[in-house]
Design a protein around this ligand. Structure first.
Ligand SMILES: Nc1ncnc2c1ncn2[C@@H]1O[C@H](COP(=O)(O)OP(=O)(O)OP(=O)(O)O)[C@@H](O)[C@H]1O
Length: 274
C-alpha cells in the first residue's frame, strides 16, 4: 500500500535538519503496523512524510514515499508519490495527530468541525442524513448525540480522542495513521480506545499505523513493528518475533523496561470484548 524507499526527511528552508535518515519500510494492506522509539527519534516526522503533510516545513531530501491504492468508485489503480497524497486525504488516508486539544478548534462545536471536515460527497444526501449517519457511527464509539453540541473543552480527553478516531474512520479510508493517539490518557480509557481502533481495523480491513513509545501497546495490538532510533529504523518485523528475539540493543532495552508483559495479543483482547 505504501512503499517508503530510503527516505531522508527533515526541516528547514535555508538549512536542513535531518529527522528521518535513510528509512525504508512497507505498509501492507490489512495490517496494524507499530512504530516505536524514543522521543525525537523521528516517528512523527515519518508519519507526516507518509501523510504527505509538508505544511510544517518538512522536506523529503532524498528517497521516495509512494502510495498504491484503488479508487473505490472506479476500481482504477492509483499510484502516487506523497507530494500528491493531499488528493487522497479522507478517501484513502486519514491522520490522527498528537494532542486532541491542538487538533480540535476550541471555539467551534464538534458538529460543525466534524461535518465541515468531511469531503463534499458525504454531504450529497443532505446535512440531516449525514448528521444521522454520524450520530449512529459515534454511538459505536460509546459517544452520545449530545457530543455534537459540545465545544471541545466540554468533553473529557478520552471523549475528544474518541471523536478524533471516529472522524478519521468515518469515511472508511484504506490507511489510518495514528500518532500517539492515547498517550495523555489513563490506562483504562487508553485500552478502550485502542480496542476500538483494532475493531475498526478488523472490520474495515484497512491498514493502521500506530505510533507509540509504549511497547506494551505494541505487544498487544500490532501485527508488525518498526523500531526507530536516532532517525533510523534499527529493526522491523512481526511484533511477536521482535519481542521473542530482539536484534538491536535499543530494542532489548525497550522490552526490558516493560514492567511485565501481562496483556494478551489483540485477537484475544478483541475477542473478549466482542
Ligand atoms: N516542525 C519542526 N521543525 C523543525 N524540527 C522539527 C520539527 N518537528 C520535529 N523536528 C525535529 O525532528 C526530530 C524528530 O522529531 P519527531 O517529532 O519526528 O520525533 P518523535 O520520535 O515523533 O518524537 P516524540 O515521541 O517526542 O513525538 C527532532 O530532532 C525534532 O526536534
Amino acid at each position: 500500500m505504501i512503499t517508503i524507499d530510503n527516505v531522508t526527511v527533515g526541516y528547514g528552508t535555508s538549512g536542513f535538519v535531518t529527522a528521518v535518515d535513510g528509512v525504508s519500510l512497507t505498509i501492507n494492506d490489512n495490517e496494524i503496523l507499530g512504530i516505536a522509539g524514543e522521543s525525537g527519534s523521528g516517528k512523527s516526522t515519518l508519519m507526516r512524510a507518509v501523510y504527505g503533510d509538508f505544511s510544517t516545513g518538512l522536506r523529503i531530501k532524498s528517497g521516495t514515499v509512494r502510495g498504491h491504492f484503488e479508487d473505490a468508485r472506479t476500481g482504477h489503480a492509483i499510484d502516487a508519490p506523497s507530494s500528491e497524497f493531499g488528493k487522497l486525504w479522507w478517501d484513502q488516508i486519514s491522520y490522527i495527530p498528537q494532542g486532541s486539544m491542538s487538533v480540535l478548534n476550541p471555539l467551534m462545536k464538534i458538529e460543525k468541525q466534524v461535518i465541515d471536515g468531511l469531503p463534499d460527497r458525504e454531504r450529497q444526501g443532505g446535512r440531516r442524513a449525514l448528521r444521522q449517519r454520524i450520530v449512529d457511527f459515534l454511538a459505536g464509539f460509546g459517544l452520545e448525540e449530545n457530543v455534537l453540541n459540545a465545544y471541545p473543552h466540554q468533553l473529557s480527553g478520552g471523549m475528544r480522542q474518541r471523536v478524533l478516531v471516529a472522524i478519521a474512520a468515518f469515511v472508511n479510508p484504506r490507511l489510518i495513521l495514528a500518532d500517539e493517539p492515547t498517550t495523555a490518557l489513563d490506562v483504562v480509557v487508553q485500552k478502550k480506545i485502542l480496542l476500538m481502533m483494532v475493531e475498526i481495523q478488523r472490520r474495515q480491513r484497512n491498514s493502521l499505523v500506530l505510533v507509540s513509545h509504549d511497547m506494551g501497546v505494541h505487544y498487544q495490538i500490532t501485527d508488525r513493528l518498526a523500531i526507530m532510533y536516532k532517525g533510523k529504523i534499527v529493526e522491523a518485523g512481526p511484533t511477536a518475533e521482535i519481542f521473542a528475539n530482539p536484534q538491536h540493543d535499543y530494542t532489548r532495552n525497550l522490552i526490558a523496561s516493560l514492567p511485565r508483559l501481562h496483556g494478551k495479543r489483540s485477537a484475544d483482547v478483541v475477542g473478549e470484548h466482542a
